[in-house]
Ligand binder design. Structure first.
Ligand code: FPP
Length: 270
C-alpha cells in the first residue's frame, strides 16, 4: 500500500523484508539491441523501450530505501556505434531528462552525473546540469547517470588531478585516488547487476567494483523489472561478503587441521 508523504509524493513500503540490503546498486543495462532484433525492430526502438523501463526500476530500488543507485547508460566506447545510434541515444537522454527530471525531484531523488560531460552537445550538457541543480538537495536516493563514462578514463582523470595538485608520491594512498574519482561522494557499489546474460564488467566502475557482488541476469534490459530487483536482493542478502578476509563466524570456530599446520592449504581468494 502506498504511503502518502505529501501532496506530491507517495512511497510504497518494500515488498520484501530483507535483513541485509546493499547501500549502492549499479546496473549495466544491456540487451536493448537483442530485444529489438527479436522483434524485428531497430536498435533505437530497443533503446527507447529501455528508456521506458527505467522509471519502474528506480521506483522499486527507492522503495527499498537503498540510498544510491547507478545506471550505466552510455560508455566512452559507445561513441564507436553507428552515428545514428549515438545520435538516437543522445536524443533519448534529452527526452528522458525533459520528461523525468521533475518527477525524480518530486520523488526526492537527487540526480548526479558520472563521466565526461564536456564532449556532449552544449544543450544536452545544460539539461544534465539543470536536472542536477533542480534535485541537488534531495536526500531519499541518489541516482547516478553514467553517461560518457569509462572506468579507465575515470582513473586517468583522477591520476591527472593528483599530479596537477602536486601531491607527493609518498602521500598517495587509496583514499587519495577514491576522492578524485567521479564517485567521490558515493560509496562503492555493493551490488552490480548486468542484464542480458553477458558476464563482463565492460569498463564500468573498475576501481569502485573491487568488492562488489556481481549478479548476471538473463533478461534483456527492456524486460528487466521490479521482480528482478527483488530476486537480486534476495540473492545478495544470502551472500557472505569477505572483503579478502574470512567471515567472523569462521574466524572464531576454525579448528586447525594437520594440513593447515603444515602450511599446505593456502587460500588467497577474496
Ligand atoms: C546496451 O544494449 C545498452 C546501451 C548501450 C544503452 C543503454 C541506454 C538506455 C537503456 C536508454 C537511455 C538511457 C537513459 C538514461 C535515457 P546494447 O545496445 O548493447 O544491446 P545488445 O548487446 O543486445 O546489442
Amino acid at each position: 500500500m502506498a504511503i502518502v508523504l505529501d501532496s506530491q509524493r507517495t512511497e510504497t513500503p518494500p515488498p520484501l523484508q530483507l535483513t541485509r540490503l546493499p547501500q549502492h546498486i549499479a546496473i549495466i543495462m544491456d540487451g536493448n539491441g537483442r530485444w529489438a532484433k527479436e522483434r524485428g525492430r531497430s536498435r533505437i526502438a530497443g533503446h527507447r523501450a529501455g528508456t521506458e523501463n527505467i522509471r519502474k526500476v528506480i521506483e522499486r530500488v527507492a522503495d527499498y530505501g537503498i540510498p544510491h543507485f547507478t545506471l550505466f547508460a552510455f560508455s566512452t566506447e559507445n561513441w564507436s556505434r553507428p552515428q545514428n545510434e549515438v545520435r538516437g541515444l543522445m536524443q533519448l537522454l534529452s527526452f528522458y531528462l525533459r520528461r523525468e527530471a521533475k518527477k525524480l525531484h518530486e520523488n526526492g531523488i537527487k540526480v548526479v552525473h558520472l563521466g565526461d560531460l564536456s564532449s556532449l552537445d552544449p544543450r544536452l550538457q545544460r539539461q544534465v546540469n539543470q536536472a542536477i541543480e533542480l534535485t541537488r538537495n534531495n536526500t531519499r536516493m541518489t541516482l547516478a547517470l553514467a553517461w560518457n563514462y569509462g572506468g579507465r578514463a575515470d582513473i586517468v582523470q583522477a591520476v591527472r588531478r593528483i599530479a596537477a595538485e602536486g601531491i607527493r608520491a609518498e602521500d598517495i594512498d587509496e583514499s587519495t585516488v577514491s576522492a578524485r574519482l567521479a564517485t567521490a561522494d558515493i560509496p562503492d557499489p555493493d551490488l552490480i547487476i548486468r542484464t542480458a546474460g553477458e558476464m563482463r564488467i565492460s569498463n564500468f566502475l573498475l576501481w569502485q567494483a573491487a568488492y562488489a557482488e556481481l549478479s548476471f541476469i538473463p533478461a534483456y534490459w527492456p524486460d528487466f523489472g521490479p521482480n528482478d530487483i527483488d530476486e537480486a536482493l534476495i540473492t545478495y542478502s544470502q551472500r557472505t561478503r569477505r572483503f579478502g578476509g574470512v567471515p567472523n563466524e569462521e574466524r572464531d570456530s576454525e579448528t586447525v587441521s594437520a594440513d593447515d599446520k603444515n602450511g599446505t592449504r593456502v587460500d588467497t581468494s577474496g
